[in-house]
Design a protein around this ligand. Structure first.
Ligand SMILES: NC(=O)c1ccc[n+]([C@@H]2O[C@H](COP(=O)([O-])OP(=O)(O)OC[C@H]3O[C@@H](n4cnc5c(N)ncnc54)[C@H](OP(=O)(O)O)[C@@H]3O)[C@@H](O)[C@H]2O)c1
Length: 244
């Protein structure tokens, strides 16, 4: 049984979908979990449903807000053990028609948001000489996808960010890893057309769409002491879509 008692975890995008499942899994294993998203009432509802969690509204693309939030958590809880950079958005479209604003927004939230989080927690983790950073990428960051140049670039960027951060922080006992989910049933994928969903389904060797819990199980493992010899890795949790 993986045990996170006395650990403090921060999960971004925890108001629904994959982030919510990760927050629940970490809390069930004993961690105090701080749940964040932009919408205060949604993320508060998640924290309220758990016995050892709190919440805050924060836009991860603002380095100022993210830094302030982490400063407050460390002052209050005395430590910071686990950061899950999960918050992410899509603004899909073919490059020919993609607006610069849609490129920038996706980069600011998906990629710079993770950089902001890492910057905000790293001093505390370095002082503790321990920590776990988990970035939620995507199989699309490994394969690319027509109509998702901004999203795929942000998710591929997370893989490079993960490897670089892992190299910078490994001597301090901090591991940094990426999970690359495949096609997971959440609000993000619910808006896809039935035809796209059916086509995606056909590409999954294990023959089913993933659930947020499939990702949460891997996040829990990577957050645990048992995963202490794994760093800089990107682990696809995708029903076998990407096999390397
Ligand atoms: N679902 C999939 O098939 C799939 C596949 C591969 C990778 N992923 C990745 O997994 C992660 C979670 O996806 P999901 O499907 O669970 O998405 P989702 O259901 O749309 O949830 C996204 C979460 O991120 C929060 N969020 C968005 N922008 C934010 C910001 N600027 N600051 C703070 N929080 C923000 C949202 O809350 P607010 O809107 O209130 O801020 C929400 O809690 C994303 O990074 C996504 O790219 C998903």
């Amino acid at each position: 049984m993986l045990n996170l008692e006395r650990k403090v975890a921060l999960v971004t995008g925890a108001s629904r979908g994959i982030g919510k499942a990760i927050a629940i899994a970490l809390e069930n294993a004993g961690a105090h979990v701080v749940c964040i998203s932009r919408t205060a009432k949604d993320v508060q509802a998640v924290a309220d449903s758990l016995s050892n969690a709190s919440s805050a509204a924060c836009d991860v693309s603002s380095s100022e807000s993210f830094t302030e939030l982490v400063k407050n958590i460390v002052e209050d809880k005395g430590r910071m053990d686990i950061l899950v950079n999960n918050a992410g958005i899509t603004r899909d479209g073919l490059i020919l028609r993609m607006k610069e604003d849609d490129w920038d927004l996706v980069m600011d939230i998906n990629l710079k948001g993770a950089f902001n989080g890492i910057k905000a927690v790293m001093r505390s983790m370095m002082k503790q000489k321990s920590g776990r950073i988990i970035n939620i990428s995507s199989v699309v960051g490994l394969t690319g996808n027509a109509g998702q140049a901004n999203y795929a670039a942000s998710k591929a960027g997370l893989i490079g960010l993960t490897k670089s951060t892992a190299k910078e922080l490994s001597s301090r006992g901090i591991t940094v890893n990426c999970i690359a989910p495949g096609y997971i049933a959440t609000d993000m994928t619910d808006k896809l057309s039935d035809a796209v969903k059916e086509n995606l389904n056909k590409q999954i060797p294990l023959g089913r769409i993933g659930s947020p819990d499939d990702i949460a199980h891997m996040a829990l493992y990577l957050a645990s002491d048992e995963a202490g010899y794994i760093t800089g890795q990107t682990i696809a949790v995708d029903g076998g879509i990407v096999m390397v």
